[in-house]
Design a protein around this ligand. Structure first.
Ligand code: AMP
Length: 570
């Protein structure tokens, strides 16, 4: 492994790196920095968040910028305002000994007139979100005609958020002769297409495995009934007393619900999502960064720019629609060489989603058991004792009070004193977890397909022999990528009704029928109505009596998106 001094970096930047405590380059820095400094190349780099990629493109970008010329020479595009601010802050810190070099973050949600003012004063590096930059270009407030370096940071995220058109327009304002650097945690086809279209024979550098999860992250899953999801979450949190975590939810509403319940239950938690104003988001993130908040409940988009290095856990309260989003979530832990744990809470019907993610991250999930109440109490007790023994005692301050304290406690034996003392904090756990039920669901309850395995009977029918079923017909089928697990998963997501019995499922080319407990007809209609599956809006209705249920033969997999709940809309 090389040192920073061997990579061709100028002394002023080396000084800044050492003041930041950067001793050795990370693998992506070791590869990218000399490459960009030596040659005029385009680069596609697959690097996870937390690998040090900002310095990898930022250091050469700063070194190649003429600080005495007061027009934009470097452009960095980021998917979110938080990331934008973060990257600009990092670049400023690498350039802290180059006083004339100005870095400006321009992003939506902040006053455009102030950004235009700063641009007029002269900046050399602009870090921007695509929407705001396009706006500034339309107002002729920024000149990109002399940009030497264009960087796409988290390109996969930008494309997933639907910024294709903005990127195209922005690039038209930049000169043809420039270096384009593209960083992406995953390499979906759209990113490869952008690279092919806008880059000139790019060098491809992969740090770690393509589309892989962060190296230091252990991936665990817990299987529960959907209605026990929140209780399971609490147990997982309680079982690691000093955790510092992000809990990812799929929607703003779920984020608010979970955060609210945690706060009411006495946890040091808060919510971060797109409904908050920029000032509120900054406040929540500030509190989380300095650990005034221990648990942050967030949507994918809101948490993107959050740069926190010592998270102990990432908890997926619900899995994201896209496996690639899991890579981003889990990459929030295990950063800067630390170890991290990414936890997934799933229903048995969602196991196929785990397999999809495993393929993507090329790692296996380890199944863990939701701890029992007693196990959690033991963990909490040990942690409490540890904090007592490690607390530093201010003997001088206590000395004048000691006699009075000793007198008050004199009637207690050593054993009683220990018990009293421990009970102070511990009673609430004991109370809460007394008679706590087992929340684990065995993987054997998994239903592998709509059709019983050869020689076996239909488990779901056996469990509920006297059940009255309603048959529902749905206007999507195999062609839209529907599989029985998806339909079962959707029904299992219905809250507050217990387990809904499901009968036979039949998936045809363009439609599907399913049988389910008649008592929940309204809830089932509600759960599917307005849902969007692989781009098609679902229409569900109660099938006319006599509608036939044929054998399921479909093999392809489908992903559900509730309308208005796509990742980019959170
Ligand atoms: P990034 O992937 O650019 O978001 O960086 C992740 C974190 O690692 C940031 O907090 C950086 O400050 C930190 N970092 C980046 N490079 C180094 C390095 N060479 N030594 C120590 N920390 C680093």
């Amino acid at each position: 492994m090389k040192n920073f001094t061997e990579l061709g970096i100028d002394d002023t930047i080396l000084k800044a790196l050492s003041s930041l405590g950067f001793d050795k380059p990370t693998p992506v820095q070791e590869k990218v920095i000399p490459l960009i400094l030596e040659k005029q190349v385009d680069l596609v780099s697959l690097a996870q968040t937390g690998t040090g990629k900002t310095a990898a493109f930022g250091i050469p970008l700063i070194q190649r910028t003429a600080a005495d010329k007061r027009y934009p020479q470097g452009l960095v595009l980021c998917p979110t305002r938080e990331l934008c601010v973060q990257v600009a802050r990092d670049l400023e810190s690498f350039a802290r000994f180059i006083p004339k070099l100005k870095v400006l973050a321009v992003y939506g949600g902040a006053r455009i007139d102030q950004q235009m003012n700063s641009l007029r004063k002269g900046v050399q590096i602009v870090v921007a979100t695509p929407g705001r930059l396009k706006d500034l270009l339309n107002r002729k407030a920024i000149d990109l005609s002399r940009v030497n370096y264009a960087v796409f940071d988290e390109a996969d995220e930008m494309l997933q958020m639907g910024f294709q058109d903005e990127l195209k327009t922005i690039l038209e304002y930049t000169p043809k002769e420039k270096n384009t650097l593209l960083f992406s945690a995953t390499m979906p086809k759209e990113v490869a297409r952008i690279a092919a279209k806008y880059m000139n024979n790019p060098v491809e550098l992969t740090i770690g495995t393509k589309n892989a999860g962060a190296e230091n992250v252990r991936h665990e899953f817990y299987m529960v009934h959907p209605r026990s999801r929140y209780l399971a979450l609490k147990r997982i949190v309680d079982n690691s007393p000093n955790n510092y975590s992000i809990i990812f939810c799929r929607t703003r509403r779920e984020t608010n619900d979970v955060a609210h319940k945690l706060i009411v239950d006495g946890y040091n938690a808060d919510a971060l999502h797109g409904d908050l104003s920029q000032a509120q988001r900054d406040q929540v993130m500030g509190k989380f960064r300095c650990k005034n908040i221990q648990i942050l409940v967030a949507t994918d988009v809101a948490a993107r720019g959050l740069d926190v290095n010592d998270l102990t856990h990432v908890i997926n309260y619900n899995l994201p629609d896209e496996p690639a989003a899991y890579t981003h979530r889990s990459g929030r832990t295990g950063r800067a060489g630390r170890k991290g744990i990414s936890i997934v809470i799933i229903a048995s019907s969602e196991q196929y989603k785990l397999r999809q993610i495993e393929k993507k991250i090329k790692k296996q999930f380890i199944q863990c058991k939701i701890p029992t109440g007693m196990e959690i109490c033991q963990k909490q007790l040990v942690s409490q004792i540890d904090s007592v023994t490690s607390v530093s005692v201010d003997h001088d301050q206590i000395a004048p009070l000691y006699d009075e304290i000793a007198e008050k406690l004199s009637h207690l034996s050593r054993e009683d004193l220990i018990k009293q003392f421990v009970s102070l904090e511990f009673n609430r756990f004991l109370d809460y977890y007394k008679n706590a039920p087992d929340l684990n669901v065995s993987s054997h309850t998994r239903v592998k397909s709509g059709r019983p395995e050869r020689g076996k009977r239909d488990v779901r029918r056996d469990v509920h022999p006297n059940n009255k079923f309603t048959t529902f017909s749905i206007n999507v089928g195999r062609r839209q990528g529907i599989v029985p697990q998806g339909l079962i998963g959707k029904i299992n997501e219905i809250q507050d009704v217990g387990r809904i019995k499901i009968g036979r499922i039949d998936i045809l080319r363009n439609s599907a029928t399913l049988e389910a407990d008649s008592r929940y007809t309204a809830q089932i209609l509600g759960a599917f109505q307005h849902a969007e599956i692989n781009g098609k809006t679902v229409n569900i209705e109660v099938a006319k009596s006599g509608a036939s249920i044929k054998k399921y033969r479909g093999k392809r997999k489908g992903t559900f998106h509730r309308k208005g709940r796509k990742p980019q809309s959170v």
